[in-house]
Design a protein around this ligand. Structure first.
Ligand code: IPE
Ligand code: IPE
Ligand code: MG
Length: 262
């Protein structure tokens, strides 16, 4: 069903309009690309007297619901921060748990995501992930590469600075090989060298759990993004919370350095 209803800029169908969750949606003013810093799993768990990893487990369910909502809203791209290049500093058991959780998620959700016409892609340094997980990631990307639905980027072993360094290096190599001249390097070429090549710029960055920072996420892509911060911890972030962010976004005046945009 999802496959049929997803289609670029098509208008919502009757069934979707009947979903009271979407009553507040301004379909003309939705973001094309939403990026989410899924933060606060540990705090969620600690607040319930649970181990931190219980929070990560609960967060997977949230991600599933939010992805479905993004599909219903026909967003073009959703990028989620799952594991940063800095997250290796965490205790080994927590890191191991997260790697296992990613692997289980891929096994469990792959088919359904494919049915929803999702195009998954992992951004970040895949080569730093456990080998068996790398194989799963590549297989998932391969399976969904021709899908035409939402672009779903999962940032794993991702850092914005690392991504920019890799892009700079690859462009430098092309200059050294005589394929390009330094003067050819413009915004378009830079964008095409990033892990998110082909995606529209990020319109909205959501961060849950109260902290107001980027933590090295999508530094280039968020250049003109709107920011939405909520105190809600990621495991408590419902589709209705996602809709709240869409409503807030619809009311923002984006000027892109120009004058009032009405
Ligand atoms: C976000 O939740 C998930 C990852 C970074 C993997 P945290 O684990 O950062 O939760 P808090 O911020 O400690 O509450
Ligand atoms: C950012 O959250 C990374 C992810 C959500 C995966 P962190 O919890 O790692 O960020 P800091 O350490 O609070 O900046
Ligand atoms: Mg955190």
């Amino acid at each position: 069903m999802w496959k049929k209803i997803f289609g670029g800029k098509a208008q919502p169908n009757e069934e979707e309009l009947a979903n009271p969750l979407f009553d507040r949606i301004n379909w003309e003013r939705l973001p094309r690309h939403v990026a989410i810093i899924m933060d606060g799993n540990g705090r969620w768990a600690q607040g319930r007297g649970l181990v931190r990893t219980a929070g990560h487990k609960a967060g997977v369910k949230t991600l599933k619901n939010v992805l479905k909502t993004a599909i219903d809203l026909r967003l073009e791209a959703l990028t989620v921060y799952a594991f940063s290049t800095e997250n290796w500093k965490r205790p080994r058991p927590e890191v191991d748990f997260l790697m296992k959780l990613f692997s289980d998620y891929l096994i469990k959700e792959l088919e359904e995501m494919n049915d929803y016409n999702v195009r998954i892609r992992f951004i970040g340094r895949k080569d730093g992930m456990p080998e068996s997980l790398q194989r799963q990631m590549t297989a998932a990307e391969e399976l969904m590469k021709d899908n035409t639905g939402i672009r779903f980027n999962v940032a794993a072993n991702y850092g914005g600075q690392d991504e920019l360094l890799r892009a700079a290096r690859s462009l430098a190599q092309r200059v050294a090989a005589g394929e390009l001249s330094a003067a050819d390097i413009d915004e378009k070429l830079m964008e095409a060298s990033l892990d998110t090549a082909g995606d529209p710029p990020v319109d909205l960055v959501i961060r849950t759990s109260g902290d107001q920072r980027l933590s090295n996420f999508l530094l280039w892509q968020s250049a003109y993004a709107e920011f939405y911060f909520t105190d809600t911890n990621w495991p408590d972030f419902t589709p209705a919370c996602f809709v709240d962010a869409m409503v807030e976004f619809a009311g923002r005046d984006r000027r892109f350095g120009g004058l009032k945009n009405t």
